[in-house]
Design a protein around this ligand. Structure first.
Ligand SMILES: C[S@@+](CC[C@H](N)C(=O)[O-])C[C@H]1O[C@@H](n2cnc3c(N)ncnc32)[C@H](O)[C@@H]1O
Ligand code: SF4
Length: 457
């Protein structure tokens, strides 16, 4: 038996490392002009991954950490598409749109809060600018099962969408009430069946642990119900509670949140349960069947981490379009404005709506490689890092190795100097954010009580 009570001490504020440096390090000295410069020097041989942010939802789920605009006004949504059109036209002046697109993702918000006609218009715009889609492109959409019609699904499948990700979170009535998201099992079941019948080959389901009133017992039931629908993948997220950033999270009574030891027990059970049911754990919070390309990517060492979680499409530049969206290249991050007004104002002036970003230093690129490899593969090939970056690893990261000592002593991590590798054991994987944190140069400069991140456990 694992003593989860003992590991509760690792429940600290820490990043989820969907980027390194993390988003708080992005700054507004990187602006539209900086982004244009980055694009002027783009490597045209690199492929493109496109992310479109479709930010609208009808009502707030209290746990939601996404960038969302609540509305049901059709004209607001049409107006947003007008601005996406402006952004695409402007982007196409600087980005080589003939580069091959290997990935397209609609995120939100709830993309299917747009009508079938509106979705058709967005897709039409994308196709107008980007004509070089790979035959094997991964084209995916996040969907709230409560907002999906056959007509919308047809628009997606007719336009090559081959992956769908459904938000479920939890099937328990009490939990659903507390998070302000009533979503009966039947609704999710119908949505899954609709997508399967429409020929969508890969269906993901999002669950969250750490929500109000969850216990190991309630989550066991949620998992049983979820697995009865046989999605191809699961994302099981640790609830990121950041009420200082997200007002609606303040509606959650913190006394109803499960204790870190319960969260650890839930995650440990989830790993065992899903493994026993034919899924393999991929990185920190994803699970896939062994024939899934995400799983095959691990074997080939090609699993990557980015803003959308884990992906097989590593060697591509991520281009974000729409409010608040983030782009990423080998040595830059760029993020659009979060406020609709600022986003529209920039585009009205004919300027790319860049809010902030970052050019990575050599040290950032090195640390990013270390952190992302640990987050993706739960191990680190030290020799590979030394060769790629021309460093003596143990000398360069002496402080981080020292900071990992408690994890080594508790047998959560093995630092194998002889074979030049770091290995994280299965219990250690539950604490992978903590284990990556010593390699984060920015975090080390912030006193522990001033770190504004969600809890790692
Ligand atoms: C944009 S939503 C998915 C699509 C759709 N809006 C829905 O909710 O069904 C993205 C996913 O992020 C996850 N998520 C949102 N807020 C979160 C938080 N604070 N902590 C952990 N996961 C969160 C949820 O699992 C959610 O399904
Ligand atoms: S979880 Fe999804 S549906 Fe709920 S508010 Fe967030 S984006 Fe909207």
């Amino acid at each position: 038996m694992i003593d989860f009570e003992k590991f509760s001490k690792y429940s600290k504020a820490g990043p989820r490392y969907t980027s390194y440096p993390t988003a708080p390090e992005f700054n507004d000295s990187f602006d539209a002009t900086s982004y244009v410069k980055v694009l002027e020097n783009q490597d045209k041989a690199r492929k493109l991954s496109l992310y479109f942010h479709l930010p609208f939802c009808r009502s707030a789920c209290y746990f939601c950490g996404c960038n969302v605009t609540f509305t049901s006004k059709e004209d607001k949504k049409d107006r947003y598409i007008d601005y996406l059109e402006k952004e695409l036209a402007l982007l196409a002046k600087h980005l080589d749109v003939t580069r091959e697109v290997i990935q397209l993702h609609f995120g939100g918000g709830t993309p299917t809060f747009f009508s079938a006609e509106q979705l058709k218009r967005v897709i039409g715009l994308i196709k107008q600018y980007f004509k070089n889609f790979s035959q094997e492109a991964e084209i995916s959409c996040e969907i709230d099962p409560r907002f999906l019609t056959l007509e919308q699904l047809e628009v997606l499948t007719c336009n090559g969408f081959n992956r769908i990700s459904y938000g479920v979170q939890d099937f328990n009535d009490e939990v659903q009430k507390a998070i302000h998201r009533i979503q009966p099992y039947e609704v999710t079941k119908n949505a899954v069946e609709m997508a399967r019948n429409a020929g969508i080959g890969s269906i993901n389901m999002d669950l969250i642990y750490g929500l109000p009133f969850q216990t190991l017992e309630t989550f066991k039931q949620t998992l049983e119900m979820a697995i009865s629908l046989q999605p191809n993948r699961f994302a099981v997220f640790n609830y990121a509670h950041v009420p200082w950033m997200k007002k609606t999270m303040r509606k959650i009574d913190e006394t109803t949140l499960p204790h870190p030891s319960v969260k650890l027990a839930i995650m440990r059970y989830t790993i065992d349960f899903l493994s026993a049911n034919g899924y393999k754990m991929i990185g920190m919070d994803h699970f896939a069947k062994p024939d899934d390309e995400l799983f095959l990517a691990i074997e080939k060492g090609e699993l990557h981490r980015n803003f959308q979680g884990y992906t097989t499409k590593g060697g591509a530049d991520l281009v974000g379009i729409g409010l608040t969206s983030i782009g990423e290249g080998i040595n830059h991050y760029v993020q659009n404005f979060k406020e609709m007004e600022a986003y529209e104002e920039a585009l009205d002036k004919g300027i790319l709506p860049v809010h902030r970003g970052l050019i990575l230093s050599d040290d950032d690129v090195l640390r990013k490689a270390v952190i992302m490899e640990m987050m993706s593969n739960f191990k680190l090939n030290i020799e590979g890092i030394e060769k790629s970056f021309g460093i003596d690893f143990f000398d360069y990261f002496a402080d981080a190795i020292e900071a990992l000592k408690p994890f080594v002593e508790e047998e959560l991590v093995i630092i194998d100097k002889e074979n030049k590798r770091i290995l994280v054991n299965p219990t250690g994987t539950l604490l992978i954010r903590n284990i990556a944190m010593p390699f984060d140069a920015y975090l080390q400069k912030i006193p522990e009580d001033k770190r504004r991140f969600s809890k790692t456990v």
